[in-house]
Design a protein around this ligand. Sequence first.
Ligand code: FO1
Length: 308
Amino acid sequence: MHTVLAGGVGAARYLLGALEAFDPSTVTAVVNVGDDVVLHGLHISPDLDTCTYTLAGAIDPERGWGLVDETWQAMTELGRYGGDNWFGLGDRDLGTHLFRTARLDTGASLTSITAEIATAWGLSCKLLPVTNQRVETKVTLTDGSEIGFQEYFVRLAHSVEVTGVRFDGANTSTVSREALDAIENADGLVIAPSNPIVSIGPILAIPGVTEAVVARRDRNVAVSPIVGGAALKGPADRMLRELGEESSVVGVARRYRDLAATLVIDEVDADLAPHVEAAGMHALVMPTIMSETGVAAALATACAEACR
Ligand code: FO1
């Protein structure tokens, strides 16, 4: 089993490569739910949906979230009434949130519902929310106020400085049996190139997860989401700096050294390989920018080899 700790776009692209490289039924993603938000009474799970839609070939390729060929009539009508429409829910995408919310209301677990959605999209890999309980990423701003993750990420377009991040509810949550099993029994465990603070952070904050990952450190690999000092997408580089860490592959190595033996870094960072090694991780240098064909599958193959 090839298990991946996963956030949004970067993880989804890595998973696409893993599906190409391995038997899809052996690929499992343990996915962040700290980005989840309830809006208009609907439970939205952005990272789970980004993984599902990407692997189903249905993601909007420009945005990297939501469905392709989307229309926005419901949002337009919401705007007519002065409703909150800063978080774009496309007409097609709304179907997923309606289904998820109705199933949660019947008492079904997020794990079962995610499997139902994945099956409906024809996926044979496993997508597992790390927990079935509510964990909410909260971001503290310089004026001391605290806001929800999607308010920071979407409403404020992550253009404000952050002084702290916490995962509300994480301490009292429980890792799902399926997610823990996927971590403990993986042949190789890969930390996807996702934001280390707000995508991988909430997964590791669930009691028992960090311990389970650390216990198998030598069979774990992380892929750096920072290339040439910058995040390929999103605010990971700024967040690292704002929280006092280094926005480089060395900063990523300092974060991940207890969790994985190897850090995959892009060729543009090859000169930093000795510093990654000095920080306590073996550096594996190879192309990591997955917009080019074949890169994601080669990355997944190399990660699986490095886990052995
Ligand atoms: N990202 C945006 O930048 N703007 C949006 O309006 C937006 C809506 C949205 C709706 C459903 C969904 O699954 C994802 C959505 N995202 C949107 C992406 C999401 O906020 C982030 O990509 C993740 O939470 C970060 O991984």
